[in-house]
Every structure is written in structure tokens, then in C-alpha cells.
Design a protein around this ligand. Structure first.
Ligand code: NOJ
Length: 746
């Protein structure tokens, strides 16, 4: 037997035993860990370091170009995983090099940013969150995993769960908004969707929760900027969302670019080892963000790449994304004793275990099925789901005089604006392998719906950005010729996402001028907004009778939005991030503190109160807000008791009646306020919600059960518990419009 075939036999006999294991993460780690150890024993130090290195292919780029010799590196056994490489043929080609040309034949993992769909693109994540529908969110990730794995991928850099309270930050589009509890539910749903019931299935992929930690709180909303906050805020608001993904069994974690209180995450031993591994018992692998180890030098905590590599390996990083820091420096660091070989072995073990869990040692080409690639991508069922998801993510912000839905009597419609017919923008940022040409625009959706019955005119009006007003008059004359106008305004897809912070979050360019000119025609005008973040649009709100927030709806955006505009579906989305009135109010979020000098609602500009001289404290649209074509009324809240023991259940109920003339879904929300704490407590905290379909005229009793333990928080000594005392409980249609009652815990 040659040495190579001997190694093959060891590697593959290990695998065969494991391929039949059904997984529980802990058992999996133990079972596969032993197999991984037996491979590690055969590896040279350089081969181990190779497993800890991740490189991008040249198929697409998601960061600064750093090196382009990834194929040679794979051949030299210096790569453990590749990202930005997909399609069956390409993945097969690269995998073949790894398993046929390297000494130990260890297969590669293939990763990609599958953020809101792979080929079938779903609404951006902030829009998905507005459905408050965790089952739909999970299903969308299931479809994304099926499509991605049908094209050779087996790892996504998702879910992105960074809690965000600052809409200037462009990456709010990738997250679930400002609430940690809701964010945690959504994070878990996403992990389940990607990873399914077993990673050994051929259509499930490794998840990667990111960006650990608190990347969503950069100062000034400027991407990559410093994060500095109290431990209490970190524990109470920012960390639980990652923890929810870890508890749901996410297979990997990505470090964030930012520092927290002076320590960059990628070299933060407390964060990566003490908290994540020791306290949270995370046993998957930790990857850096793109060249984050190298960035420890400009951060100013490492003098050179070797020091940076040492800091991050010793902090607990297992895999270096794109920076070559491990590749270039770890060997010497081990020789000098700065990094122990045990640390390296543990990292490699975690990576090999992930490869076992995927079944890559059984069949390195497991995700390379031409048949799947043909059949399981963008099929009719997936597109139908994408259409429904696009519709359900829409949030109706305003609808004066029930101007929406579009009346059936309308014979001519003008669809105007820079986003009326823009295929690429429908994708939003992080559009995976989505193809612009396959997207349905708003204009196309409306034409599909009205073909033969309504004349549809269109005009561009102006660009999204820039100061060219030359098209506005012509757009206004198109509006004048029409019975009804739909005005598509907002941001383009590159104005949110990574490295896309805005200091001003108003409508860009001359779009307000376009809106004024169109509204001045006196025609019924509905504004359809496309954007990746909350916008500050008080003037637009003031002047337009109706506004529908549609985010970037993905492949089927135009059809889904049209279903809402024409009333084929009743809007049901609700905001998961506050829309401020102006930038000066930021950060503005619903679960704020009262302060010692709270604003006087009767006299909002009273001196010596916590207010502004030139702006109200209240937002334009609050967290949880969204209208329907029907109306709902809420009865007073009933509680099973007024005073509870610590082990009692608190049961709150309310009767919700659909008082309008059509069926509709309502998201009923429950909030709590702890009136006196050991530390100050928010004025409201979301503790429950139910999304219910009510037929017209129907009343349903909506019941919530919470436990006193659900009211726990971090005390001055950082102990986590609830206090006896007085509480308020609110149920309502959003964080502002609620019915209130009170209870106490003895
Ligand atoms: C940088 C981004 O911050 C991260 O979210 C992404 O996964 C990587 N680039 C890889 O594309």
C-alpha cells in the first residue's frame, strides 16, 4: 500500500463510520472529534495551518483584493475553505484539486454570503423581519440553503444578527432591527432554515452567525467605527441575539471588524473564549471577517502581522478569512512558543469536525449535482413563495382616505420615479447569486396585473441621486394624463449594506422635488418606497396621502408589491426599526429609558426636560407600526390576577376585533415596564406578539402567557434576575398605541 492510499484508507474509514450518525451538536463534536484527531496526528504543522486559512476565489469580490493565487494555494494544501466560488462545475474543479492533488486529500468547505436568498432573492432581511413571521423566515432560509447547496455551496456567512439602533449604518438592511428578543427568535429561525434537521443532508449548509460582537453599534452609524458601551447594554441588548443563534446550534461564528471598549473582536480573548466557548459552550468554529486579523495593525493593538496572528489565534480564532496572517505567521509563532501547537490542533479539529458534519469526507462532491443544479433553483414554487414574502414584508405607513388599494375603476395609471422600473435595485445589497435580469420591477408587476384592462404610463422623473431636475415636468404631465399615480422613490441598492453609511437619511437627490410636482397635479398619488434603512421623511409623510414601505423585495418584488397595491393581499407588515423624524434624534428606539427629567407630553418643549428645542422626541413611525386595509379595535387588557408569586404564570388577554370591511392579519404586541429596578429599566420592552388572521367582523381573544422570569435583567452586580414590585403591561398594535394595565410580583 502506498503512503497516499494508506492515508486515504484512514481518512475514509473514519468517515464511513460517521456518515450514519444523526446529529446532536455535542455528540457530533465528540464522535467526529475523535476522527478529526486521528487525521490531525498525520498532519504537518503547515497542513494544519492550511486548514485554518480561508480564501476568496476570483468569481466575485466582497472585500479588498489581497491575493489571487488561491488555486496554487489549494494545490499546496494551504487552504481549508474557499468563499465566493459556486456553480457545480467551478466547485468541482476546485474540490478536485484539494482531494486529488494534496497529500491528505482533505476536502474544502465552500462559503458564500447567502444573506437573503441565493438565486431566488427574497426581501432584504430588515423587510423580512417586518413580517414578524418566523416560519416564513425559516422557510426562506431553507430555500436559500437548497439553492446554494445545489450550486456547490455548504456554508453561508449568515445569519447576520447585529442589533442596530442607528439607521445611518448601512448594514441595518441585513439585520432584524432594534429589538433583541424579536431578533433572537428570528436568528434561531434562520439557523434552523439553513442547517435543517441535519447537516449531513445534501441540501443543508453550515450557518455562521455574525458579526460577533456588537458590530451594529458603531459610533455615528459609520461602518467599521468604534463600539463603546456599558457591559450592561452589551449583555442585555447586543449579546442575546448571537446567543440565540448559538443556542439554535449554529455551526460557526464570525468575528466583527469593530473594537468593543478598546479591544477589537478578532483579538478579544474574553469575547471569543471566555464568553463564547466557556460560558455559551459554543463548539463550532470561529472565522474572522475579511482580513480582520490584518486590521489589528491599523486598530493599533498589533505592531505587525505576526503579532496580529498571535493575538487572534490565542484569543480563540480558528480560521483567517483572506488575510494570510495565519498562513504567513503561525508556523514561526508555534516554533517560538508564542502560540501552542495545542491551540492549533484544537482549531483544526473544529474545522475538520465541520467537514465531517457536512459529510464531505464521505463524498467531497456531495454538493456538486448537476441534476440538482437544474431542478432546485428558481423553480415555480420557490418564486411563488418569494412573491408572497415580498408582499408580506411591505409595511403600509400611511393611507389617508383609503386611497389604497387601487380602485378597480381606475383606467389609467402612471408609474413614475427612478425606482419604478429598476431591476437591479430590486435585489438590494448582498444579493448573493441573484440576477437582476430575472427581477420583476414595480412597473412590470403592475403591467402583469392590469394587462388589457388599464393603460399604464411611465416616466423616470429623476435619478435616485444627483441634481438633474430636467425630467420632472414631463413626469408631471404624465401624471396629469392619468387617473391614479404610483410614485416609486427611495434609495438605490448600493446606498445600504456594507460600507454604505449615510450621514443624512432623507430621500436622496431631487426626489422630494419630483414628489412635490407630482402631488401638486391633484391626482391620487401613492408613494412606494424602496430603501434599505429607516428614512427620515417627515415632509413626504406630510404631503403624500399614502406611503407603502417595500424595502428591496427581491426577485419577485414587483409582483408582490402589486398584490398589495391592488388589494389582492392585505398589508400586514410592521416595522422592527423606528423611523425617526430627523437625524438629530438618532439613536431613537422604542425601548429607551425614562431619564430623571422625562419629557412632559402636555408641554413637549418645557425647559429643563429631556427634549430638544427644535424637534419632538417622538419618531415619525414607531417600532411595531404598520397599517392594514382593514381596522382593528382592542378591548381593555385582562389579567388572570393582579398580584403574582414568583412561580406564577402571568396570563394577559385582549379582544381584538376586525372592524373594517375586509379580512386582515394583525400583529398583536405585548410590552412590559418594570417601574422600579435595581438599575433603570426601559419604558417598554417587547415580551410577546401574535400574528393573527381575523375575518371581517371577527373578534378573537388573544392570550399571552409570560413568567416572572421573563422580566429578568442585569442588576448592578450583573446578576440576572427579576425583582418583586410593580409593573405595567401593555398590549396593542405597535409600541405607541397600546392599552395599559398593571400588576405586581410579590
Ligand atoms: C465582509 C462582511 O463584513 C461580512 O459580512 C462578509 O461575510 C464577508 N465580507 C465575506 O464576504
Amino acid at each position: 500500500m502506498t503512503r497516499i492510499s494508506f492515508l486515504f484508507t484512514i481518512v475514509f474509514s473514519v468517515i464511513i463510520v460517521c456518515s450514519s450518525c444523526r446529529e446532536q451538536p455535542a455528540d457530533t463534536f465528540d464522535t467526529y472529534g475523535k476522527k478529526a484527531d486521528s487525521i490531525i496526528k498525520l498532519m504537518t504543522l503547515d497542513e494544519k495551518i492550511g486548514q485554518m486559512s480561508l480564501f476568496t476565489s476570483d468569481m466575485s469580490s466582497t472585500g479588498p483584493t489581497m491575493r489571487d493565487d488561491y488555486v496554487d494555494l489549494i494545490r499546496e494544501g494551504k487552504v481549508g475553505a474557499v468563499f465566493n466560488a459556486f456553480t457545480v462545475d467551478f466547485v468541482r474543479e476546485l474540490q478536485k484539486i484539494a482531494v486529488e492533488e494534496t497529500r491528505l486529500h482533505i476536502p474544502l468547505i465552500f462559503g458564500f454570503d447567502v444573506i437573503h436568498g441565493h438565486r431566488t432573492i427574497f426581501p432584504i432581511n430588515l423587510g423580512q423581519a417586518a413580517t414578524w413571521d418566523t416560519a416564513m423566515i425559516e422557510k426562506s432560509e431553507r430555500i436559500a440553503a437548497i439553492e446554494a447547496s445545489a450550486e456547490g455551496l455548504n456554508w453561508t456567512f449568515a445569519p447576520m444578527v447585529d442589533l442596530a439602533r442607528d439607521p445611518r449604518w448601512g448594514r441595518v438592511m441585513e439585520g432584524a432591527g432594534e429589538d433583541a428578543w424579536l431578533g433572537g427568535l428570528i436568528a434561531a429561525a434562520r439557523v434552523k432554515g439553513f442547517q435543517g434537521s441535519s447537516l449531513s443532508d445534501n441540501n443543508t449548509i453550515l450557518g455562521c452567525v455574525k458579526h460577533f460582537a456588537a458590530y451594529g453599534a458603531p459610533q455615528g452609524g459609520r461602518d467599521y467605527h468604534v463600539v463603546d458601551m456599558s457591559d450592561r447594554s452589551l449583555y442585555e441588548w447586543y449579546l442575546p441575539v448571537y446567543k440565540a443563534a448559538v443556542d439554535a446550534g449554529v455551526a460557526s461564528v464570525m468575528t466583527s471588524f469593530n473594537e468593543i471598549a478598546g479591544v477589537p473582536s478578532t483579538s478579544n480573548k474574553w469575547l471569543l473564549t471566555d464568553l463564547l466557548r466557556d460560558d455559551w459552550k459554543f463548539n463550532g468554529f470561529i472565522v474572522t471577517d475579511y482580513s480582520s486579523i490584518n486590521e489589528l495593525i491599523p486598530h493599533g493593538v498589533a505592531a505587525d502581522l505576526a503579532e496580529a496572528a498571535k493575538l487572534s489565534a490565542n484569543a480563540g480564532v480558528d480560521m483567517d478569512m483572506q488575510g494570510s496572517a495565519f498562513l504567513n505567521c503561525l508556523n514561526n509563532l508555534v516554533k517560538s512558543g508564542d502560540v501552542s501547537e495545542k491551540t492549533i490542533d484544537e482549531a483544526v479539529k473544529r474545522i475538520l469536525v465541520a467537514k465531517y458534519r457536512l459529510g464531505l469526507f464521505d463524498d467531497p462532491y456531495k454538493y456538486c449535482s448537476k441534476e440538482r443544479e437544474e431542478k432546485e433553483i428558481m423553480n415555480a414554487e420557490q418564486l411563488a413563495f418569494a412573491r408572497e414574502f415580498a408582499a408580506k414584508s411591505c409595511v403600509l405607513l400611511k393611507n389617508e382616505n383609503n386611497i389604497l388599494p387601487v380602485p378597480e375603476s381606475v383606467r389609467t395609471i402612471a408609474v413614475i420615479g427612478p425606482l419604478a422600473d429598476s431591476k437591479a435595485d430590486m435585489l438590494g445589497f448582498w444579493s448573493g447569486a441573484g440576477q437582476a435580469e430575472k427581477c420583476v420591477t414595480l412597473l412590470e408587476g403592475i403591467r402583469n396585473r392590469t394587462a388589457g384592462t388599464v393603460n399604464v404610463f411611465t416616466a423616470h422623473g429623476c435619478n435616485v441621486a444627483g441634481d438633474d431636475v430636467s425630467g420632472i415636468n414631463q413626469a408631471a404631465s404624465v401624471a396629469r394624463r392619468s387617473d391614479y399615480v404610483i410614485l416609486a422613490l427611495g434609495e438605490d441598492r448600493m446606498m445600504s449594506g456594507e460600507a454604505a453609511s449615510r450621514a443624512d437619511i432623507a430621500l436622496p437627490g431631487v426626489q422630494m422635488q419630483l414628489a412635490e410636482a407630482i402631488i401638486k397635479t391633484g391626482k391620487p398619488v401613492v408613494v412606494v418606497l424602496f430603501n434599505g434603512r429607516p428614512l427620515a421623511i417627515p415632509e413626504l409623510d406630510h404631503m403624500s396621502p399614502a406611503i407603502l414601505e417595500t424595502w428591496f423585495g427581491g426577485t419577485e418584488a414587483g409582483n408582490g408589491i402589486t398584490d398589495i397595491l391592488f388589494g389582492d393581499l392585505n398589508p400586514s407588515g410592521k416595522l422592527t426599526m423606528t423611523f425617526p423624524l430627523n437625524v438629530g434624534q438618532i439613536p431613537l428606539f422604542y425601548n429607551s429609558k425614562n431619564t430623571g427629567r422625562p419629557i412632559n407630553p402636555e408641554n413637549p418643549y418645557e425647559k429643563f426636560r429631556s427634549n430638544y428645542l427644535d424637534s419632538p422626541n417622538t419618531p415619525l413611525y414607531p417600532f411595531g407600526y404598520g397599517l392594514s386595509y382593514t381596522t382593528f379595535s382592542y378591548s381593555d387588557v385582562k389579567l388572570n390576577k393582579e398580584s403574582f408569586e414568583s412561580n406564577d404564570q402571568i396570563v394577559a388577554s385582549v379582544d381584538v376585533t376586525n372592524t373594517g370591511d375586509r379580512d386582515g392579519e394583525e400583529i398583536v404586541q405585548l410590552y412590559v415596564r418594570d417601574l422600579v429596578g435595581d438599575v433603570t429599566r426601559p419604558v417598554k420592552e417587547l415580551k410577546g406578539f401574535k400574528k393573527v388572521l381575523l375575518r371581517k367582523g371577527e373578534t378573537a381573544t388573544i392570550t399571552f402567557t409570560i413568567n416572572p422570569a421573563d422580566l429578568s435583567y442585569y442588576h448592578q452586580d450583573m446578576s440576572y434576575s427579576f425583582d418583586p414590585g410593580d409593573f405595567e403591561l401593555f398590549i396593542g398594535a405597535n409600541s405607541r398605541d397600546t392599552k395599559k394595565t398593571a400588576f405586581s410580583i410579590r
